[in-house]
Design a protein around this ligand. Structure first.
Ligand code: PLP
Length: 381
């Protein structure tokens, strides 16, 4: 089955009792048993819920995985992955990482005894240097946030397999329409379904997929044991969002390509970071492992100050100033004062995040309107 068919049909069967093409939202906490322990496959709704199961099967299918497991947020999914490990274990991660993930690593799991190493992951030797017999996982995020660096997933997974190390890929920025890390050798793929999968900025939800039976058992045990499950209505919203994932992401990518092109060379704009440019350092890898180059763009302006960067943000009309990404509406953000404000300035500049760096999550409005909006905001500097 092709991707476009899977998003609409996988996991979804008409309701057997009424024929409703969309099954009802099972807003229930428990299920009646005909005798102790005799039930229809559902005993208690923390453990399993039919609305959630539809979503879990769908996400597994569109990521080319055997199993899907949903959580109350992307961070709850991350938390479950990290609970696979014990004190003394080590994890190697990309250094250009989602801020909330970094915070969970350093403020929750490092004090519990897990050690993290952060490396620029396009440098294989750098990863290799940190591998020892305590290394249990490599954590990949690509494209990275907000610098849009590209990491070769297959190369990293091959290295990990050679050392018997698990790989977890946070696929939130690309979405499964653009990139399918299980096919490239990942053991676990993680999503903040809050972003492209949900797609309408109206729900918080997380998901994991995997192929290995043992890994699934442990993650499922953690989901039930910890209880960070999504409610049935939130599962319904994400299922509904996924049915148009391919159309939304495709249009957003087309818009992003046009916007990146018109920002580059525009008066007042300094650098534009976009993997679709043939001179972007990760362009060839992106071309190989992604269907398109994504709908995230970062850029800096000539007046490279915090003040000028935030002035552009307050001058746009269609780009709303907000954290998050992946919705139908375009968003604009200023990582140095927003998502990445907790990183010391020197560290931030080393990663390429200079003071004026602006990040765009391009939506599916008219590209002409979006371009005009950005240009007038830059002109007013
Ligand atoms: C948003 C995000 C998360 C966290 O997901 P929530 O649903 O907000 O908990 C993790 N990784 C990436 C790349 C994200 O963008």
């Amino acid at each position: 089955m092709k991707f476009e068919t899977k998003v609409i049909h996988s996991g979804l069967e008409p309701d057997p009792s009424t024929g409703a093409i969309i099954p009802p939202i099972y807003q229930t906490s428990t299920y009646v048993q005909s005798a102790p322990g005799v039930h229809k496959g559902y005993a208690y709704a923390r453990t399993d819920n039919p609305t959630r199961r539809i979503l879990e099967q769908n996400i597994a299918a569109i990521e080319n995985a055997k199993y899907g497991i949903c959580f109350s947020s992307g961070m709850a999914a991350t938390d479950a992955v990290l609970k696979l490990f014990k004190p003394g274990d080590e994890i190697i991660s990309t250094n250009d990482l989602y801020g909330g993930t970094y915070r969970t690593f350093m403020r929750i799991f490092e004090p519990l005894g897990i050690k993290f190493h952060f490396v620029p992951m396009h440098d294989l030797a750098g990863i290799q240097e940190k591998i020892n017999d305590k290394t249990k996982m490599i954590w990949v995020e690509t494209p990275t946030n907000p610098m849009l660096n590209i990491i070769d997933i297959e190369v990293v997974c091959d290295l990990a397999k050679k050392h018997n190390i698990l790989t977890c890929v946070d696929n939130t920025f690309a979405s499964p329409y653009l990139q399918q890390p299980m096919d490239l050798g990942a053991d676990i793929v993680l999503h903040s379904a809050t972003k492209y999968l949900g797609g309408h900025s109206d729900v918080i939800l997380g998901a994991l997929v995997c192929n290995d039976d043992g890994l699934f058992e442990r993650l499922k045990f953690l989901q039930n044991g910890t209880g960070a499950i999504p409610g049935p209505f939130d599962c319904f919203l994400v299922s509904r969002g996924i049915r148009t994932l391919h159309l939304r992401v495709q249009r957003a990518c087309e818009n992003a390509a046009k916007i990146a092109e018109s920002l580059r060379g525009y008066k007042g704009v300094n650098k534009v970071f976009y993997p679709g440019f043939s001179d972007h350092p990760g362009h060839d890898i992106a071309k190989r492992q992604m269907r398109d180059f994504g709908a995230m763009i970062s850029f800096t302006i000539d007046e490279d100050t915090l003040e000028a960067g935030s002035r552009v943000l307050s001058n746009t009309h269609y780009f709303s100033l907000a954290e998050s990404l992946g919705g139908v509406e375009s968003l604009i953000g200023h990582p140095p004062t927003m998502t990445h404000a907790s990183i010391p300035r020197e560290e931030r500049i080393k990663l390429g995040m200079t003071d004026s760096l602006i990040r765009l999550s391009v939506g599916i409005e008219s590209a002409d309107d979006l371009i005009a909006d950005l240009k007038q905001a830059i002109d007013r500097l």
